[in-house]
Design a protein around this ligand. Structure first.
Ligand code: SF4
Length: 411
């Protein structure tokens, strides 16, 4: 099945979040099963008068064998398959652009609604690891973002809307499917090994959809991922970090980017609402709840290296002080400049010396390898380019139409 066959539209948020009995559905508007978590799908089947174990069976077909046609679900009775065919569908968001880099990085731009700006991107980065090949997928949670971090290309696009569950899980589904497209259904496997909720948008500001999607990632009837391999990355929505402690056990990453409030207020404006002291305390509570659980032994600290802005030796010293009571691993990210970016990338020497200061103080500190440079690796960059191309194509079409009109009127 080609990506063109996979998807052309997505059902409404309300339909995705609160699946209701099929009798209440309009005949034209099918229920998209792709994004439903297991409890939601079980309820859906029960409301339909079916046994709830059917939900697990269907979920396996969708998320483990990447099937979108009910006719291929061979352990489901023909009668039920027919019924599902009439009222349901399995639809990932439409792929409008895909790019596979020479280094194995894969990137997709999905359309998630009408309008030229309704685009999100997803990137998959492979890496050799001592446990084998890792394929880490960076998933978007919103179209644009309201938080306007000053170094972020997505923030410059403004906020448009939250993604629904089908649109979030659809990114993982499509990345897995991209490796299995030509493999017979019953031989298909899940290829993505790790997920980071670190694409476009602030995932904790789209809490319910992200939570249910992460539950599907962990579910043995779906992707069956280990909780250590699903990471939620936040810029610091403190109350929601506390909520997560109650709701789910996954790894936590913080987009820190500055070691003091003054600089962080500038780079990550949500810091004005939840300053560093509150943020670090919330991280400590996250760790404390389940200190023995491997997913919660530490927090990952993301720190983008901006030339002359946050990369001075005193910033490294401030980091040491700030993080001294928080079990953490630090990931230094060389900045990937985008057009009109107000910052540049720190020099290699600066980054290495920053890393050495932190490592000497006892922190595990890594430098993220820049990957997929040939396909625009910085979050939000590719969407900008695809949107530009779409705009240019539309402007060109209008010009041609106007010219034809003039020619017609001139006889
Ligand atoms: S860095 Fe994350 S939270 Fe900040 S504007 Fe970009 S997408 Fe939003």
């Amino acid at each position: 099945m080609s990506t063109e066959v996979v998807a052309t539209s997505v059902v409404s948020d309300a339909q995705q979040q609160s699946p209701s009995a099929p009798t209440q559905q309009k005949s034209v508007e099918k229920v998209n099963l792709l994004g439903m978590s297991r409890p939601q799908m079980e309820k859906f089947f029960e409301d339909m008068g079916e046994k709830k174990f059917r939900a697990g069976q269907v979920m396996k077909w969708i998320h483990q064998f990447f099937v979108t046609d009910f006719a291929e679900m061979t352990n489901i009775s023909g009668k039920l398959r027919e019924k599902l065919e009439k009222i349901c569908e399995i639809k990932a968001p439409e792929v409008v652009h895909k790019n596979y880099s020479k280094d194995g990085t894969r990137k997709w731009v999905f359309r998630v609604g009408d309008g030229e700006g309704s685009l999100v991107e997803t990137v998959l980065i492979p890496a050799e690891h001592r446990s084998g090949l890792r394929r880490t997928l960076c998933i978007s949670s919103q179209v644009g973002c309201a938080l306007d971090c000053s170094f972020c290309s997505t923030g410059k696009q403004g906020f448009q809307r939250d993604l629904n569950q089908a649109e979030i899980i659809g990114q993982l589904w499509m990345a897995n499917y991209s490796y299995m497209e030509d493999v017979p259904v019953l031989e298909r496997e899940r290829s993505v090994t790790n997920v980071v909720m670190m694409g476009m948008g602030e995932p904790l500001l789209n809490y319910d959809a992200v939570l249910n999607s992460m539950r599907t990632m962990l579910d043995d009837f779906a992707y069956g991922m280990s909780k250590r391999r699903v990471t939620l990355s936040t810029s610091g929505v403190v109350p929601k970090i506390d909520q997560m402690v109650k709701d789910i056990d996954v790894a936590l990453a913080i987009s820190l980017h500055a070691p003091n409030d003054e600089l962080r207020n500038e780079l990550v404006p949500i810091n004005k609402k939840y300053p560093l002291e509150q943020l670090i305390a919330a991280c400590q509570r996250y760790i404390a709840k389940d200190g023995n659980e491997s997913s919660r032994k530490h927090v990952t600290i993301e720190y983008v290296m901006l030339d002359g802005v946050n990369d001075h030796p005193e910033h490294a010293q401030q980091m040491i002080k700030l993080l001294k009571n928080l079990p953490s691993k630090i990931n230094l990210i060389p900045f990937n400049p985008f057009p009109h970016a107000p910052y540049g990338r720190s020099s290699r020497n600066r980054i290495i010396s920053f890393q050495k200061t932190l490592s000497d103080a006892g922190f595990v500190c890594t430098i993220r390898q820049t990957r997929g440079d040939d396909i625009d690796a910085a979050c939000g960059q590719l969407v900008g380019q695809v949107a530009d191309r779409t705009r240019r194509a539309e402007q060109w079409k209008k010009k041609v139409a106007a010219k034809n009109e003039i020619l017609r009127s001139q006889g």
